[in-house]
Design a protein around this ligand. Structure first.
Ligand code: R5P
Length: 290
């Protein structure tokens, strides 16, 4: 088995693939070990965010090259899968990008994608989506362990902001709030604003850990933390597997929550929960982790 490591994994593992740019922005990929890949099973570690479109193209280029080289089973470890939220049609003519991206990855030669808290999968385990075999691993237990440090021995409730977070909070007897999004705003197709977010359980005088699969604009966790506060919650800690923290939302989250953090599936100052050990468990035979 050969492990190929993208430069965008450099904070976690030593890269052995070179990815650069031509002057016009096209990606240039060099796999020094390519001749050794014939007949070997390959695990390729590659982040798909930020610069998701470039990263996806680089993934397709590498997969097809490995396939043409006669590599064996191709496994991709991509901690965060972009386009995963576009898995449903909400208006006529809308493209279901999640399926298409998965299908492209499969067609390029990927035999299994390993990802963490993939948005369209509401459970851990193995499945097939858009023809692509996917293994979804939850990082919720890492988030809960980090929250225990924050709450310093005090008890806390584990809560999700919507039904999609049910599987993230289930192991701790967690409840989920009810979230509804409005239709796309005219001229702003890429975003459906929150319509309502209700909390139908008691959080008065309780510490709360609010867990979501991702924080993008932050609107969901800001509204959820605000609602929990209005319902009398004591300390509120916000945690997500994937922290994109767009539009400087971190400052706004900090105004409603007492603490906020994410894992380092995406590199960010708040990505303080490391996935190193989880990655090592995936490859007990020959981890090349720092
Ligand atoms: C949606 O269902 C997801 O689980 C997240 O709640 C959502 O994508 C977060 O996005 P934002 O931070 O923009 O509200």
């Amino acid at each position: 088995m050969i492990q190929l490591i993208s430069p965008n994994f450099a904070d976690l593992m030593e890269p052995n693939i070179e990815i650069g740019k031509f002057p016009d922005g096209d990606s240039h990929v060099h796999i020094p070990q390519l001749p050794d890949c014939r007949g070997k099973d390959i695990t390729f570690f590659h982040r798909l965010y930020p610069n998701q479109n470039d990263c996806l193209i680089e993934l397709l280029l590498i997969l097809q090259t490995l396939r043409e080289q006669g590599a064996g089973k191709l496994t991709v470890v991509a901690p965060y899968l972009p386009y995963a939220r576009q898995d449903k049609k909400t208006m006529d003519g809308e493209v279901q990008s999640a399926h298409i991206i998965c299908d492209l990855i499969r067609k390029a030669g990927c035999d299994q994608l390993i990802s963490f808290d993939c948005h369209f999968l509401n459970a851990e385990g193995e499945t097939v989506f858009g023809n692509l075999p996917i293994r979804n691993i939850s990082l919720a237990s890492l988030l809960v362990a980090e929250a225990k440090k924050f709450f310093g021995g005090e008890e806390f409730e584990v809560v999700g902001p919507d039904d999609g977070a049910k599987y993230l909070v289930a192991a701790w007897g967690g409840k989920t709030m009810q979230k509804r999004r409005a239709a796309y705003v005219d001229g702003k197709v890429g975003y459906r604003p929150l319509e309502t977010l209700e909390c139908e359980f008691d959080v008065k005088d309780k510490n709360v850990l609010l867990i979501d699969d991702m924080i993008s604009t932050g609107n969901t966790v800001i509204a959820a933390a605000g609602k929990l506060r209005a319902c009398g919650a004591k300390k509120i800690c916000v945690a997500a597997t994937h922290g994109l923290f767009l539009y400087n939302c971190l400052d706004k989250i900090r105004k409603t929550a007492d603490e906020v953090f994410a894992t380092d599936t995406i590199v960010s100052p708040q990505g303080q929960v490391s996935i190193k050990e989880t990655l090592a468990e995936l490859l007990p035979a020959a981890p090349r982790l720092f």
